[in-house]
Design a protein around this ligand. Sequence first.
Ligand SMILES: N[C@@H](CCC(=O)N[C@@H](CS)C(=O)NCC(=O)O)C(=O)O
Length: 243
Amino acid sequence: MITLYTFGPGFGLPDPSPFVTKAEVLLKMAGLPYRADRSGFGKAPKGKLPYIVDDGERIADSTFIRWHLEKKHGVDFDRGLSAGDRAVAWAFEKMAEDHLYWALLDARWLDDANFAKGPTAFFQKVPAPVRPIVVGLVRRQVRKAARAHGIGRHSAAEIAALATRSIDAIADYLGSKSYFMGGEPTGTDATMLAFVAGALCPVFDTPIRTAAERHDNLKRYVGRMAARYYPDLGEIAGCKAAA
Ligand SMILES: N[C@@H](CCC(=O)N[C@@H](CS)C(=O)NCC(=O)O)C(=O)O
């Protein structure tokens, strides 16, 4: 049985981490039995979640998890897609993971009001007397990482403009299709659900959410994906599960 290391559901999302959500949806798409374990962060091979343990083998990073499932378990998440479609899918995926993600991180962690409504909960287990110090340290690390990435060098308005462009691109490409690449789900839907739901998350007040809420097709898409992969949750990011 595969073990998927997660943070656990939060903020109305299957997991606060879009990368964990992506990995979980891929496991669900593959139809492979797995169990979720919330105790793995301290032992994460790359210091990040998700990672999986499959038959004693540890695989870290959602993309390497995908490739592992494809190779070891013979899954083709993109079956039916042409080489050109696979290229488009990859490009959208990386836009979400390496661009939109940073705008979401900035909005959740570096905006004081959003931080207080969300990530602050991750520190509940830290003893109260040292909590403000730990919180300050971690937020400084996030700020430093965002600066190193580059997004952290922009103004709030500039970050909002970049993120909005990505959200609009996702909505425009999805268009009236049921799933991102067509009538049936493919691997990229795992990523798109994770990031679109993250953008729509009603816990946080962000320009990214405002941009996503302008697109009814994105809300319906999250509801459709919720119905298919998380029927037990009933809704994701406030979007009711509906086929
Ligand atoms: N490229 C990685 C990214 C994973 C990632 O950034 N995970 C974040 C949560 S969204 C994390 O664990 N961060 C903890 C940290 O950096 O200390 C993947 O695709 O899995």
